[in-house]
Design a protein around this ligand. Structure first.
Ligand code: AMP
Ligand code: GLY
Length: 426
């Protein structure tokens, strides 16, 4: 079968790498892809937002399955467009993608499905938001309701900072339309985990747990980013906890989406805070996480194409997945300055040598091929991923690999997986 994968980040390189190992794959196309995905299939110079061209390409090249990586094209209805043209597509419809694209929708759905989340209110006028935040003396979390590339959330210990955040989003419009509505919610305390599931509208298959590291600095300091590293599994998610999360979060949400007339199909990703009072939902994403996908797929032994097709066909109950028992750690190497301004076009050396290391995979994210050289082309540049016998071993291998790769201004956190090492007693 020919497959067209849409997107160009580290997540898409990980998906392409895994799809390339599928027994039923004939040809893999990636639009637009990156130099990493070019090693797994053929990159096609069509943007993820160009639905008409993507449709034409799929028709002309006998594409049997389209896999949509990022949230923007999902929210814009790309899966609906392919399905209307009779082409199988993996991912939620635009209606179902609101679970990520509109945090007010997600809050409402959680409320009506009795899913535990932070108490929160939605505002579409700054004056109302300001009055509400000023009336509180506890920390607040202020979130743009729309899509903001993982940067639209401000955790504010002081209400005055909460008002500034609301002003930035609603008045200065730093996230454009995505900030027309905001959510103001209570700050939750605890340890975070990312739980991703395949959902076929009815059946739910929960993947191995993982944990992201959102803030830019060691010790979870500084502004939030798209994610600076991840590991899988997350020891904080015990088997009992996973059963609880399945029963109290995934099942009611999937049921709620059916009741709402927006059945859910694709990856359902719950960002969870494990609080003293149990797990509570921070957010939903409607696609594979980035960088969580890198360690998760590094551990998946089963054929990914088979699973994606089962999701599209509604036959997920007939599938079992096999996982590598070894933990995996992904360290993101970023451009100096990210998540603020940064320069592009810095030559990267050491990737090929690093790829030779056993059980190490260097996933490309913001890179570009410039006359045969790989140069930086984004904030998050590479996701250096390693498997190890223990989480500590995986971490050490990942950092040994990171230290072999050089580019001007390269930055990474040095404490990825430390929480898991503490939690696992390794
Ligand atoms: P989100 O995009 O909603 O997951 O938010 C990004 C990050 O902000 C999360 O991964 C958390 O670290 C933090 N965050 C979001 N909501 C809350 C909350 N209610 N309490 C504490 N931290 C939060
Ligand atoms: N790593 C967080 C996300 O994919 O949104």
């Amino acid at each position: 079968m020919n497959v067209l994968l849409i997107g160009s980040g580290g997540r898409e390189h990980a998906i392409a790498w895994k799809l390339a190992q599928s027994k039923d794959l004939t040809k893999l196309y990636i639009a637009p892809g990156n130099p990493g995905t070019a090693q797994c299939g053929q990159n096609i110079p069509i943007g993820a937002d160009d639905a008409d061209e993507l449709l034409d390409f799929a028709r002309q090249n006998e594409v049997g399955l389209v896999v949509v990586g990022p949230e923007d094209p999902l929210a814009a209805g790309l899966v609906d467009a392919f399905e209307a043209a009779g082409i199988k597509a993996f991912g939620p419809s635009a209606g179902a993608a609101q679970l990520e694209a509109d945090k007010a929708f997600a809050k409402q759905l959680m409320r009506s499905s009795s899913v535990s989340t932070a108490e929160g209110r939605t505002f579409d006028r700054f004056s109302d938001a300001r009055a509400y935040i000023a009336s509180r003396d506890e920390p607040v979390v202020v979130k743009a309701a729309g899509l903001a590339k993982g940067k639209g959330v401000f955790v504010c210990d002081d209400p005055a900072d909460g008002i500034l955040a609301a002003e930035k989003i609603m008045c200065d419009k730093v996230f454009g339309q995505a900030g027309e509505k905001i959510i103001v919610e209570d700050k939750l305390l605890g340890e975070e985990a990312s739980i991703l599931a395949f959902v076929d509208g009815r059946n739910i298959y929960i993947m191995e747990s993982s944990q992201d590291h959102k803030p830019i600095g060691d010790g979870d300091t500084g502004p939030n980013t798209g994610g600076m590293g991840a590991y899988s599994p997350a020891p904080v998610v015990t088997e009992d906890m996973m059963n609880h999360i399945t029963r109290e979060i995934f099942v009611p949400v999937v049921d709620g989406m059916n009741r709402n007339g927006t059945p859910y199909k694709g990856i359902l990703y719950a960002g969870i805070m494990i609080t003293g009072g149990g797990p509570r939902v921070l957010e939903f994403n409607v696609r594979f996480g980035d960088p969580e996908t890198q360690p998760i797929l590094a551990r998946l032994k089963s054929d990914l194409l088979e699973v994606l097709l089962a999701v599209c066909d509604g036959t997920l109950d007939q599938i079992t997945l096999e996982w590598d028992r070894r933990p995996a750690v992904c360290v993101v190497m970023a451009s100096g300055g990210y998540p603020g301004d940064y320069e592009k076009g810095k030559k990267i050396i050491g990737i090929e040598e690093t790829q030779q290391l056993e059980d190490v995979i260097v996933f490309h994210a913001g890179t570009k091929d410039m006359d045969g050289d790989i140069v930086t082309n984004g904030g998050r540049v590479l996701g250096v991923t390693a498997l190890g016998q223990t989480i500590r071993d995986a971490k050490e291998r990942a950092y040994r690999a990171v230290d072999k790769i050089k580019f001007d201004g390269a930055y990474c956190r040095r404490d990825i997986a430390d929480k898991a090492i503490k939690g696992s007693g390794d």
